[in-house]
Write a protein of this length. Structure first.
Length: 254
C-alpha cells in the first residue's frame, strides 16, 4: 500500500473532502436534534410557524427531518455541502451565503442555527449574526440557537474515533477538541482522517478553530440585537448533543 504525504489545511471536510462527511454523518444522526428543534419552536411560537430559515445548514441532514413540519430554506458557505443538501431535499431552497450577511427579500417565521454557530469567534460576529437574523424574521418570529460548547463544561482534549467503510473505501475519523487557553475564547477541533482503499492510503489533517464563550456573553449579544431573549440549559438537549450544550431563543417582538 502506497503512502501519500499528509495534507494540512482548514475546512477540507466541508469542501474537497465533503464526501468523507457523507460517510461519517447521516440523516439518522440528526433525527433526535431535529425533533428537539421542532418541539421548541412549537412550544415558544406565538403564531403558527410555516417558513423556516436554516443558517449554516451544511449537507441538509437536519433539513431532511424538519422539512416535514416547515417550508425550509437553507444557507451555507460550502457549495459542496449545499450540493449534497439539494440531493437529499429537492423540495427545499438553498443558497450559498454567510450567516453574518445573507440577504433576501423573503422573511421567515423562524430562523434556526443549531451547531454552526460555534464557528463564531467574537462577540462582534455574534452581533452580526443575531442582527441579521432579526432582519430576516417576520414580526413575532423566533430565532433558535443551539450552542454546543460551554467553557465551564468543555471536554478538554477529548478524542473520539470512528471507522466506516463503503464501496471498497475505509475511513477512520479521529476528532480531538482542545482549548489552549480559555481566556482566548477559542478551541481547536482537529480532524485526522485516514482514507484507505486497495491501492493507497491518505492522511488528511483538518483543523477548525471555533469560538468558546460563556453563556452570559451569548445572552448579552442576543438582547443587544433587539430580541426578547431566553436562555436555558436543558437536560434533554444535553442528552441529545453533549454535556454543556445550551439553548438560546430570541423573540422578534415588533
Amino acid at each position: 500500500m502506497k503512502k501519500q504525504k499528509n495534507t494540512l489545511s482548514e475546512w477540507q471536510l466541508y469542501n474537497d473532502y465533503q464526501w468523507v462527511w457523507e460517510m461519517i454523518s447521516s440523516t439518522g444522526d440528526y433525527e433526535p436534534l431535529s425533533a428537539y428543534v421542532v418541539a421548541k419552536i412549537n412550544e415558544h411560537e406565538t403564531h403558527k410557524t410555516k417558513t423556516l430559515l436554516h443558517l449554516g445548514c451544511g449537507s441538509g441532514n437536519m433539513d431532511f427531518h424538519i422539512k416535514k413540519h416547515f417550508e425550509v430554506t437553507g444557507v451555507d458557505l460550502s457549495a459542496d455541502m449545499l450540493a449534497s443538501a439539494r440531493k437529499k431535499n429537492p423540495e427545499c431552497r438553498y443558497f450559498t451565503g454567510d450567516m453574518r450577511s445573507f440577504s433576501t427579500k423573503d422573511r421567515f417565521d423562524a430562523v434556526v442555527i443549531p451547531d454552526s454557530i460555534d464557528y463564531l469567534r467574537s462577540p462582534e460576529e455574534m452581533q452580526q449574526v443575531f442582527s441579521n437574523a432579526r432582519k430576516l424574521l417576520n414580526p413575532n418570529g423566533l430565532l433558535l440557537v443551539i450552542v454546543a460548547y460551554d467553557p465551564d463544561k468543555f471536554p478538554q482534549n477529548r478524542t473520539t474515533v470512528e471507522t466506516v467503510a463503503d464501496k471498497g473505501i475505509e475511513v477512520t475519523f479521529i476528532e480531538n477538541n482542545y482549548a489552549p487557553g480559555f481566556e482566548e475564547n477559542t478551541f481547536e477541533a482537529t480532524f485526522i482522517i485516514l482514507i484507505r482503499d486497495n491501492l493507497r492510503q491518505k492522511t488528511l489533517i483538518d483543523i477548525h478553530t471555533l469560538g468558546l464563550f460563556k453563556r452570559d456573553i451569548w445572552f448579552k449579544e442576543l438582547k443587544k440585537a433587539g430580541f426578547d431573549a431566553i436562555m436555558f440549559q436543558d437536560p434533554q438537549l444535553e442528552a441529545t448533543e453533549q454535556e454543556g450544550a445550551f439553548l438560546l431563543i430570541g423573540k422578534n417582538q415588533r
